[in-house]
Design a protein around this ligand. Structure first.
Ligand code: SF4
Length: 63
């Protein structure tokens, strides 16, 4: 399993991570980011893509 943390104080809810990894990240009806804190290892590539694309560098993979 991969653990994910998003700094919600830093996140600006732009949603780039949603495009990279829609199974993990999504914007709710209030346009606030929601995400899965634990995902299977086979999602690692998508998580890393989300980390790379986040303009606020708000996403961290916690090993
Ligand atoms: S890309 Fe970064 S700033 Fe944008 S919603 Fe995702 S975590 Fe938040």
């Amino acid at each position: 399993m991969i653990k994910i943390q998003v700094d919600m104080d830093t996140c600006q809810h732009y949603g780039q991570c949603v495009f990279e990894a829609p199974k993990i990240f999504h914007l709710n009806d209030d346009d606030k980011l929601e995400y899965l804190a634990e995902v299977d290892d086979d999602e690692r590539g998508n998580v890393e893509a989300a980390v790379d694309v986040c303009p606020m560098q708000a996403i961290r993979i916690v090993e």
